[in-house]
Design a protein around this ligand. Structure first.
Ligand code: GDP
Length: 469
């Protein structure tokens, strides 16, 4: 599925034929997009600055260069390289985490005086995971203590094998500080790019990736993008993430307006309605209504995803409570038996109204209780506390019923049958229920703090203890 097909995939509303698959015959060579990686202080920033400055000098462009996240270097040979100018693997990983694969080649900078360090190894791992080939820049070779051979040897342990050692990794001895051999490094990068046969289709709907995005006071949301397919022009309609743009203005790293941007070119884009995020895929669509439709759909989809997440959480919570409830039921298994005997009692009662004196014989050593709570969690907490009550020889706690919700007539009937007490936690007992309970001599005790409920219960228990002489 190509990027434009993915655009259509989620949305029936958006399932309109967009750009055709890239025709292999239309693929033309493109220049490489390079990320500079390596250990801190090994010279990444200096190297980038040097490349940028060569470029500014070569183009004879005065003024301030703009930081747009990437810049293009034209070599004397006419070849070009795009450098992503956020050094370090954090940016690289952040883009990768969003599924964006923009980098074709990693220039691994290792200081010749320092050798392989922690972030050198991490950079190698990142490049390998992303299956991006490496060109080695052994930096600070101007230093007297520089030992480039040691660097190459150390790298063998990480499966980065330089050509001298029979591998295919080109190593260039450079000095970012003096600018020595930087062109050789650029040429090595171009040579690798040629081997990779990097190609793209400059026709068809534009595809690209957001490198950076920020809000400019005067110009609103601005993004820098690397174009990966098609040719971007003013007036193109783009979508990226949950934003869309009618391209009002395009500019390069020198702030110079551009009329067109081809594959591998970094470009600043103005005209976004909202701010897309770095790593977002940019796709061209045929019209503004279409862009709105896609963006609206993505927003709905995101809400649905969130809704699904909420439902999942609720379902998990429900399951959790149910399990706790089942556990409690298993623990108080006799309840079922008691319920059955109560049903029998009701049956009998229907046949022949029960008079108070026919009630189950009172046993002063037993306190039958009914627990009602607002949620499973609170009921379970109370049941767990009851479980810790261990003075059966003095007065036995008998849980005859427990459940959720306000005190009901049913609860009152249970209590009456077993001569029990109803304990409610965070629940109510309506007026009619209270009257009925009073008539039947049933105590209803309502609490909002579990410990108060337990204390109350303990008092009730001791009041039922046989009075000893
Ligand atoms: P980064 O953390 O990898 O971006 O490293 P920097 O580019 O900030 O460089 C760290 C330090 O090393 C700075 O003081 C630079 O001036 C110095 N440095 C960078 N490249 C070279 C070089 O080729 N030779 C020497 N001698 N110093 C360098």
């Amino acid at each position: 599925m190509n990027a434009h097909e993915r655009l259509d995939a989620p949305s029936p509303a958006a399932r309109v034929a967009t750009g055709p698959q890239a025709d292999p015959a239309l693929l033309t060579p493109r220049f490489p997009v390079v990320t500079i990686m390596g250990h801190v202080d090994h010279g990444k920033t200096t190297l980038l600055d040097k490349f940028r400055k060569t470029q500014v000098a070569a183009m004879e462009v005065g003024g301030i260069t703009q930081h747009i996240g990437a810049f293009l270097v034209s070599l004397p040979s006419g070849e070009k390289i795009t450098f992503l100018d956020t050094p370090g693997h954090a940016a690289f990983s952040a883009m990768r985490a969003r599924g964006a694969q923009v980098t074709d080649i990693v220039v691994l900078v290792v200081a010749a005086d320092d050798g392989v360090m922690k972030q050198t190894v991490e950079s190698i791992q990142h490049a390998k995971e992303a299956q991006v080939p490496i060109v080695l820049a052994i930096n600070k070779c101007d230093r007297t203590d520089a030992d480039p051979e040691k660097v190459k040897k150390e790298l063998l342990a990480y499966d980065v094998i330089c050509e001298d050692y029979g591998g295919d990794v080109q190593a260039v001895h450079v000095s970012a500080l003096t600018g020595d051999n930087l062109m050789a490094l650029a040429e090595a990068t171009i040579a690798l790019a040629e081997m990779l046969e990097l190609k793209a289709d400059p026709t068809g709907p534009v595809e690209g990736t957001v490198i950076e995005s920020f809000t400019d006071k005067g110009r609103g949301p601005v993004t820098t993008a690397i174009i990966q397919r098609g040719t971007l022009r003013k007036g193109s309609i783009l979508v990226a993430g949950k934003s869309w743009a009618k391209v009002r203005l395009m500019f390069d790293e020198n702030g110079k307006p551009l009329n067109e941007a081809y594959p591998s070119m970094p470009v600043g884009i103005i005209g976004w309605r909202d701010l897309p995020s770095a790593g977002d895929e940019i796709l061209e669509v045929e019209s503004e209504p279409r862009a709105r439709e896609v963006v609206d759909w993505r927003k709905i989809e995101q809400k649905e995803e969130k809704g699904k997440d909420d439902l999942k959480i609720m379902e998990e919570k429900r399951k959790e409570h149910q399990e706790a409830y089942q556990k409690a039921r298993a623990k108080y298994g006799s309840l079922h038996w008691k319920k059955r005997s109560y049903m029998k009692y009701l049956e009998r009662k229907e046949q022949r109204p029960v008079k108070p004196k026919e009630k189950a014989e009172k046993d002063s050593n037993v306190l039958p209780i009914i627990i009602k709570g607002d949620v499973d969690g609170s009921v379970e907490a109370i049941l767990n506390l009851l479980d810790t009550y261990d003075a059966p020889h003095e007065c036995e706690l008998q849980l005859v019923h427990f459940g959720l919700g306000d005190i009901s007539e049913n609860d009152v009937n249970f209590a009456e049958t077993f001569d029990g007490v109803i304990y409610g936690f965070n629940v109510d007992a309506g007026k009619a229920i209270q009257q009925s309970a009073a008539q039947k001599g049933v105590k209803i005790k309502l609490h909002k703090i579990i410990y108060h409920l337990i204390e109350d219960l303990q008092e009730e228990l001791s009041s039922r203890l046989p009075h000893r002489l």
